[in-house]
Design a protein around this ligand. Structure first.
Ligand SMILES: [Zn+2]
Length: 334
């Protein structure tokens, strides 16, 4: 914890008084052992919502007091990748992102306000609104997947991202099968509307998925564990012509090997989506505003800002669901 001055907005930016910031696996990894893109000490927290506390002189979309939901990055709209519409790969999207949601105030600069910030509607809680960023990652991955209505999608991994993937797939008309190892997380997923879950400890996951799909295998697998052995196992779960979405990032230098004959003769597509586009942020916003599914139950506990260290220690070693924690400045429930 540090005391810093309340930031000032740039001409097109806003200052957000944070109401809720969510913990995320990236923050936990950085807290534990540092992160290549986050020199220590650093500001943490990139999933947040709050109220506009101040606006720059050129801002017209927001006024002080407006509830706001936003993500922590936006493409520049000017580079070669942006011109191609591959804005998730924008040359500057990673270097111009903001961190600092675990604070009372955070400055959101003009490029983000212009592309990726929305007024939070009254009927949506600050906690739900803080899911905009992780949900945008999930939506972007599934936009790249471009599955058809009714496709069977196996999501491997029962963490927060895995459950969000299953919920989004189902909301978009797919058949979602969540494959996990923790009974209480899969029970929560079923309560939220994921009809089918599969216990990975119960036996051969590939055989079980084939049994659920007339022997063919699922149309797509979304790998959401960030474990190299799951990356390598995933192509065996899809049907001929199926797609494997490698969503859970692995450390630089990690190698994974695949059966070349399976990839070629059975036309298995491997895709590795990263980050998100403004189009995905908009679609994630629309899912939240429409309340396509509940996200608040994915928050396992709430901590005041001055106990953030304890929150990460509990997230690291504690028990229970431990999916995501909400960090609440001032300690009240948002
Ligand atoms: Zn760009």
């Amino acid at each position: 914890m540090c005391d810093v001055d309340v930031p000032q907005p740039d001409a097109g930016g806003v200052i957000v008084r944070v109401r809720v910031a969510l913990t995320d696996g990236t923050d936990l990894k950085a807290f534990r052992r540092g992160h290549p893109q986050m020199p220590m000490p650093t500001r943490f927290g990139h999933e947040f919502s709050g109220d506009v506390a101040a606006v720059g002189e050129n801002v017209v979309a927001f006024e002080p007091g407006d509830p706001i939901m936003t993500v922590h990055s936006a493409p520049d709209g000017t580079c070669w990748w942006c011109a191609r519409g591959e804005e998730e790969l924008c040359e500057s999207v990673m270097t111009t992102k903001i961190l600092g949601g675990y604070a009372e105030y955070v400055a959101v600069p003009e490029h983000i306000v212009r592309r990726n910030a929305f007024r939070k509607p009254e009927h949506l809680s600050y906690e739900a609104a803080a899911f905009l960023e992780p949900l945008a990652c999930v939506v972007h991955a599934q936009q790249m997947l471009a599955a058809r209505t009714g496709d069977a999608i196996a999501v491997i991994g029962d963490g927060g991202f895995g459950i969000l993937h299953a919920l989004v797939a189902r909301a978009n008309g797919m058949r979602a099968i969540l494959v996990g190892r923790r009974a209480e997380r899969m029970a929560l997923a079923r309560e939220l509307g994921v009809a089918e879950t599969l216990d990975a400890r119960a036996g051969d996951v590939g055989a079980a998925l084939r049994a659920m799909t007339n022997g063919r295998g699922v149309d797509a697998v979304i790998e959401s564990t960030g474990a190299a052995d799951v990356w390598e196992a995933a192509p065996a779960y899809v049907r001929r012509g199926g797609t494997v979405v490698l969503f859970g990032g692995l450390p630089s230098g990690t190698r994974a090997s695949f059966d070349a004959a399976r990839l070629h003769y059975d036309e298995i597509r491997l895709i590795g989506p990263f980050h998100f586009t403004p189009r995905a942020v908009r679609a994630a916003h629309d899912l939240l505003v429409a309340k396509a599914f509940d996200v608040e139950p994915l928050i396992s506990a709430r901590y005041p800002l001055d106990r953030i260290g304890a929150a990460f220690e509990d997230l690291d070693g504690g028990s229970g669901l431990n999916l995501k924690f909400a960090i609440v400045p001032g300690g009240g429930v948002a």
